[in-house]
Write a protein that binds this ligand. Sequence first.
Ligand code: AMP
Length: 299
Amino acid sequence: MSTDTAAMAPPPAPALPTVRTPAELRARVAAWRKEGLRVGLVPTMGALHEGHLTLVKRARDLADRVVASVFVNPTQFGPNEDFSRYPRDEAGDARLLAGAGCDLLYAPGVEAIYPPGFTTTVDVGPVAVPLEGHFRPGHFQGVATVVTKLLLQALPDVACFGQKDYQQLAVIRRLTADLDIPVRIEGVPTVREADGLALSSRNRYLSAEERRQAVTISRVLNRLRDTLGDGSQPVAPAIAQATEALTAAGFTRIDYVAVVDAATLAPLERVDRPARALVAAFLGRTRLIDNLALGPDIP
Ligand code: AMP
């Protein structure tokens, strides 16, 4: 019996090489470059799930070697947000990354990223102002600064980010274009549970009841797409209906339900161009975000 069980167990994933400083990361990447290999980067905050692993697999398709970073970046959390309780599990993350075909884990400490005397920040401008930028002041400055640093430390050919954080993806596209950082930014479609809930490290905060309520976000996004996608209906009444549906499902605070231009994130009255519907709402203390393309998607 025990022999059978042992025979059926999956083989252990090989240990994943791990580096913790920019200098060690650069040395590894430089060695690959010398061999003419293409390098992919997948920045994460850890507590990995299938969504993150899909980014790693996409990076594998586009590059010869893949680096994943795991860094819970303090500067992108507000004072009343969940930085200190954000889930951390480096050993579990390393096992998952190795199984997904990642070649190197970059897991710096806070002092490796923000050494004493650090003061520079990256401010991206209008695309970072509405939505998340409005409800999480300073968030995108923290994201833009750390992503700029990670890109300049790793100098990858391609970096993969999830469409799950749609505005973040737009901010990163803007900053790499504006700062002439020579990297392809690849946006990867959102991975969902069977019922439609977008995978998120924060889903583990949800109680069983909240988990049942959470699915309403993807339902209202689908309804917005079905109602507004052909451009025949005005946006405002559909947003009001979506907001009511979230409240009725038990969401305790709704930061926004928005329908915006897919590229500029400017609000739309009608879906007469590529558009995105976005939601941010709380179940208890847990803040969930999700979004969906309305009409034709843009890459
Ligand atoms: P995080 O660890 O939450 O900072 O996310 C790291 C990267 O994974 C970001 O580019 C996210 O957009 C992406 N990501 C998070 N959840 C998903 C998901 N459900 N599907 C696809 N990508 C995701």
